[in-house]
Design a protein around this ligand. Structure first.
Ligand SMILES: Cc1cc2nc3c(=O)[nH]c(=O)nc-3n(C[C@H](O)[C@H](O)[C@H](O)COP(=O)(O)OP(=O)(O)OC[C@H]3O[C@@H](n4cnc5c(N)ncnc54)[C@H](O)[C@@H]3O)c2cc1C
Length: 659
């Protein structure tokens, strides 16, 4: 039995995993990263549009600060987020951008002088100041109060991930690529590492670590139409669930992006709309202002996606041989802008649609895009149930996104949370709790269990095909657990998924090779993906309200009275057929921003009596305190600085700092 020992094991080599690894390594720990693919090919590389941080450099960002970023994020989340976590995030995001700039990310910069931009379908000239010339610029993205998304044309994630990966290499962190964590090793409530399968040789190896961090990205591939890469199957979240102890938070909170190219689902960035692109219907009419006069095409993603589907249902879609869709029009931005700032979009349109978006319309329809849910952690990134287990990035439910993640907040989260969680892990390793008596017999037990499971699959001889059952799961999720949900459809989905779970026990392999064997991989991932799908579908069935991206036709109101809480799913028994659900209350009396209208979408919600009480409290607190600057005011309402590592507590300087 091969055992590899390390201080810290990071499962996932995307932006989040690598940044957390760098943080832990800087404090003297030995760190190993696992990745299904070479780290630079992690899904983070696909992020196009931008990274949100309140720098306030360019004209559209002038006056921006942490308070505005905080408020946009909380409203975007439809009050499902942990507001302390949102504060930690908004405070650290500018530092993350600057660190990446120092590491060589070629952020697009402010150019002094006049520039023609497109806004609300019209051309307009803006003038950038001399003082801002050369500083990191931002684009309009995510329906925010200010232009806040920093970008590298539309190859933002690519540039970020390469810089991050080079830093990890420089820090001497090995990446064991083409390896897959298939189970977590734990002794009671203490996580001690993972059983890992080498995807090339088929060997199993035990990695034993004092701290284990899941950074495995989203689980979009449980849907048929998704912008996610084929590696985004949620295996990190699934192996946490299979411990029977760690919980998954808000798995029903799944984001659909308005502009997946139709029918493939490949994303074209929200930057298209941020830079002035418009959505048109089958007859060429710009329909978003009819539904959302305030934010139009730039309302939050859950709202725009719903409006698009409503408009198609009302009979205004464009017809095609693959079904109905709408159009994205970026022609008005002009070829120069598209070739410079939206080059990847242009290439996607050329290669996958055979069109030139400078002259032709792009067919689009909403597609699954982002997993708000994931491994539930506390504000410093540790699983509350399993000591020594941490989670970061899209795989986690740190919970700064609640029920809808704002465009550009995700890559920002990966880096910011990576900075914070890397430090938390280092603290943990330095503490008495972080010490571990490593038991080889424990590793042996887990190794045998996984090896027996794989043998059972190889020798099963059943007549079912894993690929076909996976396809049926994806179809079930896309048809029944999508943008518009309803009790009956959700019940149908849960029962279909349970049926697939039964059939998954009878998967037979045509090829039982131990080495590189995609059929075997599909067979062992399928039951795990089905568990995640059941957490999503059953969680959605039980949540009888509409909040953010979770919209129930049969319960169209947001219900703060009964549903101001986070869903926690666990899977205590190996042979359970459904997850077990528990709920974690969100305390309105502790919120800096009590629930209200988001500023777009329906104004229709059921109030909680604590909201009025909290609003009064805030009024009294502020009146009693007298004159305060914005930092003192914030600290009075909801202190959060104590949660941040001291390294990141300093204030952010800005061009127009009046502090
Ligand atoms: C097309 C697209 C465009 C986007 N554009 C933007 C944008 O402009 N702005 C923004 O803020 N967000 C954007 N997002 C979202 C954002 O890119 C992701 O949320 C973020 O990059 C996720 O990073 P991560 O580090 O959490 O995971 P990933 O980058 O997905 O990395 C996951 C890693 O885990 C590894 N892994 C998975 N399972 C295992 C396992 N069992 N064992 C070992 N390794 C494993 C993988 O190999 C990979 O290295 C976009 C998303 C998509 C789909």
């Amino acid at each position: 039995m091969q055992i590899i020992y390390t201080d810290v094991l990071v499962i996932g080599g995307g932006l989040a995993g690598q940044r957390a690894a760098i943080g832990a390594r800087r404090r003297g720990n030995e760190v190993i990263i696992l990745s299904l693919v070479p780290a630079k090919r992690s899904h983070s590389a696909a992020a196009q549009g931008g990274m949100q941080a309140s720098l306030g450099n360019c004209l559209g960002g002038a006056g921006d600060n942490e308070d505005l970023h905080f408020a946009d994020t909380v409203r975007g989340s439809d009050w499902g987020a942990d507001q302390e976590v949102v504060r930690m995030f908004a405070h650290t995001a500018p530092k993350a951008i600057r660190e990446l700039a120092a590491w060589g990310v070629p952020w697009s910069r402010v150019q002094r002088g006049d520039h023609e931009i497109s806004e609300d379908g019209k051309k307009k000239t803006i003038t950038e100041s001399d003082a801002a010339h050369g500083l990191i610029t931002s684009r309009n993205f995510g329906g925010t109060a200010k232009w806040r998304a920093c970008y590298v044309s539309d190859g933002t994630g690519h540039a970020m991930l390469y810089a991050m990966s080079n830093q990890a290499i420089a820090a001497g962190i090995p990446v064991h690529e083409r390896t897959e964590a298939i189970a977590l090793i734990h002794e009671g409530e203490r996580c001690c590492g993972a059983i890992v399968r080498n995807l090339v040789s088929g060997e199993l190896i035990a990695y034993m670590a004092r701290a284990t961090c899941i950074a495995s990205g989203g689980f979009g591939r449980i849907y048929r139409v998704s912008t996610n890469a084929v590696i985004n199957e949620g295996m990190g979240a699934a192996i946490a669930l299979e411990t029977g102890l760690a919980t998954l938070g808000n798995m029903e909170a799944v984001q659909f992006h308005p502009t997946g190219i139709f029918p493939a689902g490949i994303l074209v960035t929200e930057g298209c709309r941020g830079d002035g692109g418009l959505l048109l219907d089958g007859s060429g009419h710009r329909f978003m202002p009819d539904y959302e006069p305030e934010k139009r095409e730039l309302a939050s993603r859950d709202v725009v996606s719903r409006r698009m589907e409503e408009h198609i249902t009302a009979g205004h879609g464009a017809q095609s041989r693959f079904g109905e869709h709408l159009w994205l029009d970026i022609r008005l931005l002009g070829a120069d802008h598209i070739n410079g700032q939206l080059r990847e979009v242009k290439e996607i349109c050329q290669y996958f649609l055979g069109i030139d978006p400078a002259h032709e319309l792009i067919p689009v329809r909403p597609a699954q895009h982002y997993s708000m849910g994931g491994v539930r952690t506390d504000a410093r990134g540790q699983s509350p149930q399993l000591k020594g287990l941490f989670a970061v990035g899209e795989a986690a439910c740190w919970d700064m996104h609640g029920f809808n993640r704002l465009g550009g907040n995700s890559v920002a989260e990966t880096v910011v949370a990576g900075m914070i969680v890397g430090d938390t892990i280092a603290d943990f390793c330095a503490s008495a709790e972080g010490q571990l008596q490593l038991s080889t017999s424990l590793a042996g037990d887990f190794m045998r269990r996984e090896s027996d499971k794989l043998k059972a699959i190889a020798q099963n001889g059943g007549g079912e095909s894993a690929v076909e059952l996976t396809r049926q799961m994806q179809e079930t999720m896309t048809s029944n657990v999508g943008i518009f949900r309803h009790g009956e459809k959700l019940e149908r989905a849960v029962s279909a998924l349970q049926d697939l779970q039964q059939r998954a026990a009878h998967v037979g392999l045509r090829n039982a090779n131990r080495g590189p064997n995609p059929e075997l991989v599909a067979a062992y991932r399928l039951p795990r993906m089905l568990k995640l799908a059941l957490c999503v579908a059953q969680g959605a069935l039980l949540r009888t309200e509409s909040r953010g991206a979770h919209f129930r036709d049969d319960y169209p109101q947001r219900n703060d009275l009964q549903w101001m809480k986070r869903t926690l799913a666990s899977w205590p028994g190996d042979h359970d057929q459904l997850p077990t659900f528990d709920y974690e209350p969100l305390d309105i009396l502790g919120m800096e921003l009590p629930p209200g209208w988001r500023g777009y979408g329906a104004r229709d919600y059921i109030d909680h009596p604590d909201t009025a009480i909290r609003e009064q409290q805030i009024k009294h607190l502020l009146a009693a305190a007298g004159e305060l600057d914005r930092h003192q005011r914030q600290n009075l309402l909801m202190p959060f600085m104590h949660l941040l590592p001291p390294l990141f507590q300093g204030r952010n300087q800005r061009l127009e700092n009046s502090e």
